[in-house]
Ligand binder design. Sequence first.
Ligand code: BDR
Ligand code: CA
Length: 312
Amino acid sequence: THKIILDTDPGIDDAMAIFFAFQSPDIEVLGLTTVFGNVPVDMSAKNAITLCKLAGKDIPVTKGVGMPWVGPESSYAHFVHGEDGFGNIDYPAAEGELDPRSSAQFIVDMARKYPGEITLVAIGPLGNLALALRLEPELPKLVKGVSIMGGAAFVPGNVTPVAEANIWNDAHAADIVFSADWDIAMFGLDVTNTVRFKEAFVDTLAEKNEKLGGFVQQAAQFYIDFYTKEGEERVCCFHDAFPLAHLIQPDLFEMTEGNIRVSTDDLNRGQTIVAPFGSTASPLWTEAQTVKVATKVDAERLEALFIDTYAK
Ligand code: BDR
Ligand code: CA
């Protein structure tokens, strides 16, 4: 099994991904570390506790970074995920204690406790990982790898023409994380935006797993409204589950390699600029860390993996 820490900003696709990880026999979730992103960090932390309680998972939940590394102020995605982060379903928030540590401190502590064993799976903005790198510069040697939902390597962004939301939300932090000397795999819009899950998929999750799938089905209605073009079939994207699927079944994906820098300039803030492996780009890129970038996914088998795992 893969030991992971799931760094998250729940969030509707976050919820779907968290339950997928909980359900998978191949994944052991050591804790949920929360960060601002879709919602403010207090709500992100509270939502993570609610999801753990709903799933009957007694694992640490930490609160982390609440604002970008460098301004401007955070902006949230309530228009995608609802006022509550769960599509305005009025789901009662569970009572529960946060782990007293910050998300970054928790990541460092766990990495020291299980050296070389943990994969950090980041499905929100990257402030917690950047801060953990500052707290423990040896962190890259202490973890097995980093798997990120974020960025847009060879396709347009979803917040600006060039930037994906997680990276755009904290571009400076993202550049720190992409430049660190660890084994990084990036699952960006190149793959996550190509798979449009139909409403019937969400209904199937609910059929297979009344409690967890049922929650996703309810929460996803608002999210599907956001993704669906007028007059067209109801669909949505489940971005955040992709890096987890790769851990379990890497052969679902085609990957390429490149050197990535994240732009922190105003106009193209959050752009993940890729110098393909072996390119003659300037040292600014070629001396950057080599990153694995997902370029293609087998949508049918991916969908089957999600459904089978929810059914367990
Ligand atoms: C990413 O942004 C958030 O809205 C989603 O939860 C996902 O992590 C997609 O761009
Ligand atoms: Ca997310």
